[in-house]
Write a protein that binds this ligand. Sequence first.
Ligand SMILES: Cc1cc2nc3c(=O)[nH]c(=O)nc-3n(C[C@H](O)[C@H](O)[C@H](O)COP(=O)(O)OP(=O)(O)OC[C@H]3O[C@@H](n4cnc5c(N)ncnc54)[C@H](O)[C@@H]3O)c2cc1C
Length: 407
Amino acid sequence: MEAFDYLIVGAGFAGSILAERLARGSGKRVLLVDRRAHVGGNAYDHYDDAGILVHKYGPHIFHTNSQEVFDYLSRFTPWRQYQHRVLACVDGQLVPIPINLDTINQLYGLNLTSLEMDSFLAARAEKREVIRTSEDVVVSKVGRELYEKFFRGYTRKQWGLDPSELDAQVTARVPTRTNRDARYFTDTFQAMPSRGFTRMFQNMLDHPNISVLLNTDYREIKNLVPHRELIYTGPIDEYFDFEFGKLPYRCLEFKHETHNREFLQPVAVINYPNDYAFTRVTEFKHLTGQEHPKTSIVYEFSRAEGDPYYPIPRAENSELYRKYQALADATEGVHFVGRLATYRYYNMDQVAAQALTVFAQMAGLSRAEAIELEYEPKLTAVTFPLNGNGSHAVPLRKRRRAVATAS
Ligand SMILES: Cc1cc2nc3c(=O)[nH]c(=O)nc-3n(C[C@H](O)[C@H](O)[C@H](O)COP(=O)(O)OP(=O)(O)OC[C@H]3O[C@@H](n4cnc5c(N)ncnc54)[C@H](O)[C@@H]3O)c2cc1C
């Protein structure tokens, strides 16, 4: 059986980036294994039966403030500039979310200025001595009525919990704007891989030192494949056979549909905070820019059971995670990386940054150096005579090839 330096579990952002850096950066031999039928993890996209590029596990929009992460990923894909906009269906109207000046004016039939909107919200905001829960965050900023219209129902559907039962951090990230900025994200870099995420992953993993094994749980092969170290990007509680109990996750169900018309909705995502069982509907062509006479959409339903998607942000869950983290810290030869192995809701760029940092630590370099690292086979094994002028008889590029062939 072939021996590997690293067995990497999970071909999402965390596993694939580490595979790429270890192989291309350090010359390590890597086996990347995923129990799904594809690479890309939750960011996987593919062409559906109608030939439309869709995201199997819900809409993924790339956004980051990190020049380093953006430059690194740009090695594997060209980008399509894309600014994400979301509307919420409230009181029978489609209005911008995050709440901005247009949201309030449209919803209440007003014509407020930015300054007037400040006073409008201030008059409704409820004073809270301590901000503890998600309800506190929103009610103290925009008041109870907007909280009920935009946040309460959505949060209950999404998390199966009332905002009063969830940590403040869940809604703390959602801004309220008194201007007309309707962008969902405000990061410096916002873009979609021109040919899709999966193509980007395929380019990343296209290296002779990387072997990819799909449809395989790593437990089926871990004792059969010799390897020096393990990189694990799956659920941390599962790794330790749920020794302290299951870490709670919110799960998702996706219902994909194709419609025989060019577009169904004005933007990529419409949220439904109060109506219907689904939380939101995504129309992919807005994200990808694909031109096609038909259109594909996905409905998202939040569920208590199923594949793990969102760690549930409550104090007792963080406590439970810390017990697993202590076990992980004491486990030699295994690196725990990514959203499931660190039980955190991370965006793609955050997972990318985490994986690059882990690689930098392994290589004993700064992150900037680790990103630039290119493995060169050792040249000492074969010697070449020098010409009279001191140059090598074999030009450098050919010489490398000669060494590679010789080894
Ligand atoms: C609905 C949804 C929408 C999102 N939208 C955005 C967005 O717009 N922008 C953004 O930046 N981020 C978004 N994210 C977050 C993004 O999906 C994650 O940041 C990213 O996918 C995490 O990568 P990862 O490698 O840590 O995990 P994953 O992508 O989950 O990869 C882990 C892989 O490990 C495999 N695995 C687990 N256990 C085993 C095992 N025992 N054996 C073999 N394989 C195993 C799994 O099959 C999986 O493929 C979204 C997440 C969700 C759920």
